[in-house]
Design a protein around this ligand. Structure first.
Ligand SMILES: Cc1ncc(COP(=O)(O)O)c(C=O)c1O
Length: 345
């Protein structure tokens, strides 16, 4: 295995990790700092995060018939779910997708079967159904929208997968704030194997490390057994509860990111010899038809812009790069740097 590498972004315009680029308004920050000053950091956190879960249920309209499990980021939830499996279980993911599904499976010694997406990044249903039949996976992860391809899978395809699979289907809605579509309201007693996972990272709280898994009570009780009691720290519990009181501000920021995404999609589409893929998320995948992605990535970095080089990711077109939607100013800096790279040769 190789450790998950995070690029050093110091001094660079950071457009590599799908973070929300906007700070909080001054008044909100002042109120929050007052709250922080009163935090009992000499005490262990509430192990059940009761106040936070109550606020979360209200903010995101989570029904009383569903349970909520919190993780130190959704990364930890992925790990929790996989740790709970029988060691002979298999994990199934369409690829390319979020690398942590495979990374954590491998770290736990679980086989991870990959099914390539179609060329338009939709689910290859014949192959998915065949793989389900062949491997009987204990868990299937479906990122909705998917990372790095930025698209939403077809809802009916997902339902067909839920119907065909004996194991759990985790719909990872990390990018839901930018897609507007969700399976949260589709969670019912008839489909207890369907779970929805979300994170607050992309909404603007990446530094907090908070993810939540919603689904069947009896199922989530099993994961509760292996959750470490204090996985959500005092500052995260207080800050997330406070932030949900100001959800309108975060929603406004997400709306603005979506507007910026549309402008960035248009502008990138105007650059000759670049193929831009549609996006329902806060990032854009694009491939270079006549240049090396590695070269362009390095030149952008030299110009002070950090994006993500996709490298040889199976299932992606060659020479792909992924850029996070930033502020209007950051996007302009990125586009200027990119166009000057194109103009120099
Ligand atoms: C699809 C997907 N799920 C989950 C995560 C990680 O979320 P968190 O920051 O809550 O660990 C990411 C991060 O990029 C992601 O792309």
């Amino acid at each position: 295995m190789e450790a998950y590498k995070v690029a050093n972004a110091s001094g660079l315009v950071k457009l590599d990790a799908m973070e929300n680029p906007y700070p909080w308004p001054k008044q909100m920050k002042t109120e929050w700092l007052k709250l922080m000053a009163e935090a009992d950091i000499n005490r262990y956190p509430d192990p059940s995060s009761a106040l936070l879960i109550k606020k979360l249920r209200k903010t995101f309209d989570i029904g009383d018939d569903q349970a909520v499990l919190l993780g130190n980021g959704s990364d930890e939830l992925i790990q929790l779910v996989l740790m709970a499996l029988n060691p002979s279980s298999c994990v199934l993911v369409p690829t390319p997708s979020f690398v942590m599904y495979q990374q954590i499976s491998t770290s736990l010694g679980l086989p991870c079967e990959c099914v390539p997406l179609n060329a338009d990044f939709s689910l290859n249903m014949p192959m998915m159904l065949e793989a389900i039949k062949k491997h009987d996976p204990a868990v299937i992860f479906l990122a909705y929208p998917n990372n790095p391809t930025a698209n939403l899978f077809d809802e009916n395809d997902i339902i067909k997968i839920v119907e065909a699979c004996n194991g759990l289907i985790i719909i990872d809605e990390a990018y839901q704030p930018f897609a507007g579509k969700t399976f949260l309201q589709k969670l019912t007693k008839n489909m207890p194997q369907l779970l929805v996972m979300r994170t607050v990272s992309k909404l603007g709280l990446a530094g907090l490390r908070l993810g939540y898994l919603v689904g069947d009570k009896a199922l989530l009780e099993q994961f509760e057994k292996i959750r470490l009691p204090y996985n959500i720290n005092v500052l995260t519990q207080l800050t997330a509860t406070f932030a949900f009181d100001h959800i309108k501000e975060l929603d406004k920021q997400a709306e603005s990111i979506c507007k910026q995404r549309e402008s960035l999609l248009r502008a990138l589409g105007d650059v000759e010899n670049i193929t831009v893929f549609p996006s329902q998320a806060n990032f854009i995948l694009f491939s270079l038809l006549d240049k090396s992605a590695k070269n362009v990535f390095s030149k952008l970095k030299k110009a002070g812009i950090l994006i993500k080089l996709m490298g040889n990711v199976e299932g992606l077109p060659t020479e792909c790069l992924r850029v996070t939607v930033g502020t209007q100013e950051q996007n302009k800096q990125f586009l200027n740097a990119l166009t000057s790279i194109y103009n120099e040769s």
